[in-house]
Write a protein that binds this ligand. Structure first.
Ligand SMILES: [Mg+2]
Length: 206
């Protein structure tokens, strides 16, 4: 079974750190629980220049290295692997963050996992990809990748998974997806323990 695991706010806690960063850089006081939009420019009321600066900081190696694992994620990954699942981290992070992302996986002994960069948000700039960075998959290349299960939190990325009728999509509960209406191939989950249970029990699509 091939399982797509999103990186930010599925494998690790990113929005909480972004909230801290927005406070440090711009004095914005928007706690994690109040992040009701996946659009951080909107959520933190930032100007174009401010969101650009925030994202630049957020993709630095040292910022990425400090992200804490999501509760139960490391145990969940091991549990899925012990059941024979092939796990692939599928991220919308730019390819420029590849080294920092890989470093994080290594830090938590997950360096054996595949790491795919997918242009989930239509922001990839292929002309700037350095030789040392992997290609970012466009949406056609992404569509050619088969997954039996996908675990995501972003409404925009969830929309990309709607047409995958044979893929069980698990929505990882976050404040910004609480109003997302699941389609027939989707289930919600509030924790990694629950994710493992859903996949392990064969609670698949019928
Ligand atoms: Mg995410």
């Amino acid at each position: 079974m091939r399982v797509y695991i999103d990186f930010d706010d599925v494998l690790c806690e990113t929005a909480r750190h972004m909230s801290d960063l927005a406070r440090e850089l711009f004095g914005r006081q928007v706690p994690y629980e109040a992040i009701s939009s996946f659009n951080l420019q909107h959520a933190f009321s930032l100007s174009d220049a401010e969101i650009a600066a925030l994202m630049e900081h957020a993709h630095r190696d040292d910022f990425l290295a400090d992200l804490t694992p999501a509760p139960g994620s490391l145990e969940g990954v091991r549990a899925l692997e012990s059941r024979g699942c092939e796990l692939v981290v599928v991220t919308g992070r730019p390819a420029a963050s590849h080294r920092g992302s890989r470093d994080w996986l290594r830090k938590y002994e997950l360096s054996h996992l595949g790491l795919l960069h997918v242009d989930k948000y239509g922001r990839a700039d292929r002309h700037r990809t350095a030789d040392t960075e992997p290609q970012t998959l466009d949406l056609d290349a992404f569509a050619a990748q088969h997954f039996d299960v996908a675990i995501e939190d972003s409404p925009t990325a969830l929309d990309l998974l709607v047409p995958r009728r044979d893929c069980l999509v698990i929505i990882y509960d976050r404040p910004w997806n609480s109003r997302y209406a699941p389609t027939a191939n989707m289930r919600r989950s509030a924790s990694w323990a629950e994710i493992v249970e859903i996949i392990g029990n064969g609670n698949r699509l019928t």
